[in-house]
Ligand binder design. Sequence first.
Ligand SMILES: C[S@@+](CC[C@H](N)C(=O)[O-])C[C@H]1O[C@@H](n2cnc3c(N)ncnc32)[C@H](O)[C@@H]1O
Length: 248
Amino acid sequence: MSIASAVTRKISEFKLAREFAARGPWCTRFDIGDRSYGGELDYRGDKRVKYALSEFPDARTILELGSLEGGQSFQLARTPGMKVLAIEGRADNLHRAQWVQKILGVDNITFVQGNLETIELEQYGPVDLVFCSGLLYHLPRPWELIEQIASITGNLFLSTHYVEDAKATEEVNGYRGDYYSEQTDPLSGMSARSFLLTLDSLQQALRDNGFSAIEILETFHPPSRGIKIGSGGRSIGGRPQVHMAARK
Ligand SMILES: C[S@@+](CC[C@H](N)C(=O)[O-])C[C@H]1O[C@@H](n2cnc3c(N)ncnc32)[C@H](O)[C@@H]1O
């Protein structure tokens, strides 16, 4: 590379870093060219995206729920012929995703804002697959979203935390679980508290809505770890987690 083109590249990297900083704080890390920008959450090679695409290889229309800054959306959209519609509740997260979309020149994703506690999903369906990762456990009435999902698809990839049976102290709507308090950072739910289902009740809610074939791909206890978000921080993980594929 000539000195002139190395200087030009450094200038554009510097400008891009400045534009990222102006739109922060970011949660998600984006690798563009030889540099990374944004936050700490690294979605490269994301296991949930890999599971979804390998479990549902024929899906060409995906509705993604709780898309944050688009970290998983951009990976899902890489499949040729794919169309992704991604719903996110927080305007700031949505605008960051839309801005990165322009930078990356990706044209097969539509990012829209919506509150998944109250939204009618019918307006976005039918779709080949719903991709629901890191979202369900942030809702106060998760069974309502499952009902909404069932109204527009027969295929669901779900990654969520759950509560162990021994720690479930509540029963609501016939489903066992426990309440937990939400925070206010960009990764959180939109109500003050959410309802964490047990694994059995989660599967029951899926069956109650017609998902008769449920495959648990993996359950595990992710270590709790802290991530920095601007000058603040947030701990993620900790509670048991499940990856599952559900079909009608
Ligand atoms: C923990 S992050 C998960 C991000 C990503 N999908 C993942 O699996 O890593 C939860 C995301 O869902 C969004 N969210 C939480 N509650 C929501 C709601 N009621 N409606 C829409 N989005 C919501 C948050 O703003 C955040 O972007």
